[in-house]
Each structure stands twice: as structure tokens, then as C-alpha cells.
Write a protein that binds this ligand. Structure first.
Ligand code: GDP
Length: 140
């Protein structure tokens, strides 16, 4: 399996509870390497653009409000089959359905405030990385 990259966000519910280090440690322990990281406050426009694929969903406005409610940490992660590996470490969208030991099962507050975002395909990973990082900001 090749070393690839994926995009991650530590969401506002996690930064609010001072869990940036804990989430990052769980990612690292799973074999992912943080090759870019920045703490930002997302604008409404950024959140709407980032989640544009969900704009017809009933929870879209709530999701944008949540993602702009506090700081987030945007990260590029590198590892063997990084997209799939990160999705495994994250766990299911709804923490109640997530496997024990996953970030969402151990740390998430709710289906919305679920602590982390992770790209769901290599194609989306490339798009999402480019949304927040310039190539020279990623140091592998
Ligand atoms: P993910 O890929 O596991 O993050 O899940 P999705 O792409 O389906 O959803 C994106 C994000 O929208 C999730 O991580 C949640 O923060 C939020 N979300 C998903 N489903 C729901 C829902 O039913 N209600 C609410 N309020 N938020 C949701």
C-alpha cells in the first residue's frame, strides 16, 4: 500500500475541550503523520464552501453554524492508505455507532459535534487539502 495524504479537521467541540493534543495523539498512534497543521477560525463563507456538497441536507445551516462556532485545526495527514486509515481511526459519523477506541466513540459529543472531519476519498482529499493549504505549507 502506498503512502498517501488525507485532510483532517479537529472540530470546535474538540478544541473547546482542549482535546487538540489528544486527537492528534490518536491519529499518530494509528500510524498517521501530521505534515501540515494550522489553527483557524473558519468564516461562514469557508464553511459553506467546504461543505457545499451537503447544502441540500436539512442539517446544513446547523453544520455551518457549528463549524464557525470556535477554532478548528486543519491538518494534512500522511500514511499508508491515509484516507481509509483516517476514516477507521475516526469511527462512524454518529458516535453511538462508532467502534470502541475510535476518536468519535471516545471523544465526540453528538452526531454533529463529532470532533473530527476526514476526507472520504482520495479525490476529495486533494480538493480539501488545496482548499486550506498551499503546496509549500506541507512538509512531509
Ligand atoms: P462524515 O464524513 O462522517 O463527517 O459524515 P457526513 O459527510 O455525512 O457529514 C458531514 C458532517 O455533518 C458530519 O461529520 C457531522 O458533523 C454533520 N452531520 C452529519 N449527519 C448529521 C445529522 O444527521 N445531523 C446533524 N446535525 N449533523 C450531521
Amino acid at each position: 500500500m502506498a503512502v498517501t495524504r488525507t485532510f483532517s479537521i479537529i472540530k470546535p467541540d474538540a478544541t473547546r475541550r482542549n482535546l487538540t493534543g489528544k486527537v492528534t495523539a490518536m491519529l499518530e498512534e494509528a500510524g498517521l503523520r501530521v505534515v501540515a497543521s494550522r489553527r483557524i477560525r473558519m468564516t461562514k463563507e469557508q464553511a459553506e464552501g467546504f461543505y457545499a456538497v451537503h447544502k441540500e441536507r436539512p442539517f446544513f445551516n446547523d453544520l455551518v453554524a457549528f463549524m464557525t462556532s470556535g477554532p478548528v485545526v486543519v491538518q494534512v495527514l500522511e500514511g499508508e492508505d491515509a484516507v481509509a486509515l483516517n476514516r477507521r481511526v475516526m469511527g462512524a459519523t454518529n458516535p453511538e455507532n462508532a467502534e470502541p477506541g475510535t476518536i468519535r466513540r471516545e471523544l465526540a459529543e453528538s452526531i454533529e459535534a463529532n470532533s473530527v472531519h476526514g476526507s472520504d476519498s482520495a479525490e476529495n482529499a486533494a480538493i480539501e487539502i488545496a482548499f486550506f493549504f498551499k503546496p509549500e505549507d506541507i512538509v512531509g
